[in-house]
Design a protein around this ligand. Structure first.
Ligand SMILES: [Mg+2]
Length: 200
């Protein structure tokens, strides 16, 4: 039996089976809120985010959140509330790092624990996946597993963009090149839609 590898509609097919493809989306400053954490209940989406998520689903992307929420570890917020909120926005899977920096976990971005776990649970080829975030740490994680990287200039994204443009990132942080820089989430999704249409 031979395996064939080829792409259709941007998807990798191996041995006759299309692997699922996913978009990993940060929460704070990317889909709503601000660069600071706003807990569920008070968190508001930016304009057109929900329709953009629907557009991504129509392209057969699995919509996965990956977000650092140390407020959970501090007892200020509950994991279930984030899960309920994000699923309400249309997310298919929710990955949350609940730890604080000092706990030294392997899931807190820029570590790649959440990406690896999601890939394992959903049979994802991370090189076929996309990350959208407003912080350089989102892109560093994406870069390490070779996801496509989109920086949005909302939330902390303006500052991240500024630092990138002024070459203020050093060491491994300077090795990261966004594949696309979007004004906001909606523009990021338009770019993905155009990119996907090339495979049609
Ligand atoms: Mg963020």
């Amino acid at each position: 039996m031979s395996f064939s590898f080829f792409y259709r509609e941007g998807r990798l097919k191996i041995g006759g089976i299309f692997l699922p493809k996913a978009i990993f989306i940060d929460r704070d400053g990317t889909i709503g809120g601000s660069e600071h954490v706003i807990y569920p209940g008070e968190f508001e989406l930016y304009p057109n985010v929900e329709t953009s998520i629907v557009d991504l689903k129509e392209l057969d992307f699995l919509i996965i959140s990956f977000t650092n929420q140390p407020g959970i570890s501090r007892g200020e917020a509950k994991r279930e509330d984030y899960e309920k909120e994000l699923k309400g926005f249309g997310f298919d899977k929710v990955f949350i790092c609940p730890h604080q920096h000092m706990e030294g976990c392997s899931c807190r971005k820029p570590s790649i624990g959440m990406l690896l776990q999601a890939a394992k649970e959903n049979n994802l080829e991370l090189e076929e996946c996309i990350v959208i975030g407003d912080r350089w740490t989102d892109l560093i994680a994406a870069n390490e597993v070779k996801c496509l990287k989109i920086l949005v200039k909302t939330g902390a994204g303006k500052e991240a963009y500024h630092k990138y443009k002024n070459q203020e990132y050093f060491g491994s942080w300077a090795d990261v090149e966004p594949d696309f820089i979007a004004e906001n989430f909606q523009e990021a999704v338009c770019w993905i839609k155009n990119r996907e249409s090339r495979f049609k």
